[in-house]
Design a protein around this ligand. Structure first.
Ligand SMILES: [Zn+2]
Length: 445
């Protein structure tokens, strides 16, 4: 018999023991399924938690949020989904006819199965407040969406009103740590909302408890889980922008060949498939490359004060800026800003002095280790703005960082080389901090 995820009728519950909010409200549903980590059948409540003021906007007469939130775990673990309350008819049609079979068919090297979703459907329009929202991480893609959709180029009914900060996409599985990191994040997102005159919606959810650790599917095919939050607030939101990573030039449904390693290369299709009678999704930023988005936001005041791209800040002690300015993501962003001639605009969030002192090495590292997608167009932009990449940077790229990248690839397969690499602290010598991947593996052994 086929494995199944059974979703009960959604219900609303006040949570008096919230670890996040003073007064909170949850949209819940009982979910019964095989836990993909221990393979035991479990029944537990899946929930989306918000500040209590959002109570009137929660949609408890549709299963949309829960089907969307659990879709990737169902596809990753080959389980059908059954739900008691209806889902929006258009959503049902598009997920079952296009999204599920297409994602499954085009990702043969990663198991995303062609599952069935079954239950009642409803095509009635749900009255809502016509809010326009987007998820916000504080990174380049988010800031592009915010800058663009608060500008005068955008018609009134498409202008942003809310930004969403959620715990979806976490790489952790211990509630205490997830909450601790989430609280830090939402203080930062609240500040961005204040600086942009937007409302911040904070959503904590426990979707990660239904996913296979180490969350490959949860993080790779993340837009259905992010979009599920809009469906939880279906009486508030009518437009939701998914900030896409790569430009549409890189459209590809296979995560193993698309050059970015996740589903963001087919956001256009995902946005189309999860658009319902009540909420329209758009893939914003697909019209530009990353460096062009940085060009767009480089004079946007809230970005200059709050841009955060760092992937290693949790691992570095005595951090003086919100971005460590040492990790791959920081170096990528600073290199782009350098060739655009806009790095000084971001001196409050990056260690610009450190970059200038080590300019050739850091530009060489960017060219040597980053994905082709991010490197492409960089030298063209340098020529356009008369900030060409120095020859010495190419020397570091080919004589140091490319060979090191090759060596790191070997590390993956050799326990002995890995031991020598970490024991002698080569990662610290190269990066200036302990490799987060090593820390994570050690912590969770
Ligand atoms: Zn960093």
């Amino acid at each position: 018999m086929r494995k199944k995820i059974k979703i009960g009728k959604p219900f609303i519950k006040e949570n008096t023991d919230s670890l996040i909010f003073d007064e909170s409200i949850q949209l819940c549903a009982n979910v019964t399924m095989e836990n993909p980590n221990n393979h035991k059948i479990e029944s537990k409540v899946c929930y989306y938690e918000f500040d209590k003021k959002y109570k009137k906007y929660l949609c408890d007469n549709r299963s949309d949020a829960f089907v969307m939130g659990l879709l990737t775990t169902a596809m990753e673990n080959d389980m059908d989904i059954e739900f008691e309350s209806p889902i929006s008819e258009k959503l049902y049609y598009q997920l079952s006819t296009y999204y599920i079979p297409l994602v499954s068919k085009n990702n043969s090297s990663y198991p995303m199965y062609d599952i069935k979703i079954a239950g009642p459907t409803d095509n009635k329009i749900i009255k809502n407040e016509k809010a326009v929202a987007t998820g916000c991480s504080g990174g380049v893609d988010s800031f592009y969406t915010i800058a663009k959709h608060t500008s005068n180029d955008i018609p009134k009914s498409y202008k942003l009103t809310h930004i969403v900060c959620s715990s979806s996409g976490t790489s952790d599985f211990t509630q205490e740590r997830v909450i601790k990191n989430f609280k830090n994040t939402f203080d930062e997102i609240q500040k961005i909302a204040d600086d942009c005159n937007l409302n911040a919606i904070v959503c904590y959810n426990n979707l990660y408890e239904f996913y296979k650790v180490p969350f490959k599917g949860f993080q790779t095919f993340a837009n259905t889980t992010y979009g599920s939050i809009a469906f939880a607030l279906q009486k508030l939101i009518s437009i939701y922008y998914l900030s896409s990573g790569p430009s549409l030039t890189y459209f590809n449904m296979d995560i193993n060949v698309n050059g970015v390693g996740d589903a963001s290369s087919f956001d256009l299709l995902t946005a189309q498939c999860i658009t319902s009678e009540n909420i329209s999704f758009y893939s914003t930023g697909m019209e530009l490359d990353r460096i062009e988005k940085q060009e767009y936001i480089s004079d946007f005041e809230p970005a200059k004060k709050n841009l955060k791209v760092c992937g290693a800040y949790e691992y570095i002690k005595d951090l003086h800026f919100i971005n460590c300015s040492r990790c791959k993501k920081c170096i990528r962003t600073m290199s782009h800003l350098y060739v655009l001639g806009k790095l000084d605009n971001f001196k409050d969030v990056f260690d610009v002095e450190y970059f200038y002192k080590n300019k050739n090495k850091l530009l060489g590292k960017f060219l040597g280790i980053d994905h082709g997608y991010y490197i492409k167009k960089t030298s063209d932009m340098g020529k356009k703005y008369n900030h060409k990449i120095p020859l010495l940077a190419y020397f570091y790229c080919y004589c140091l960082y490319k060979p090191l990248k090759f060596f790191k690839k070997l590390l993956k397969d050799s326990k002995i080389i890995k031991k020598i690499y970490y024991k002698s602290g080569i990662d610290i010598k190269i990066n200036g901090y302990r490799d987060p991947a090593h820390e994570f593996n050690k912590k969770n052994k």
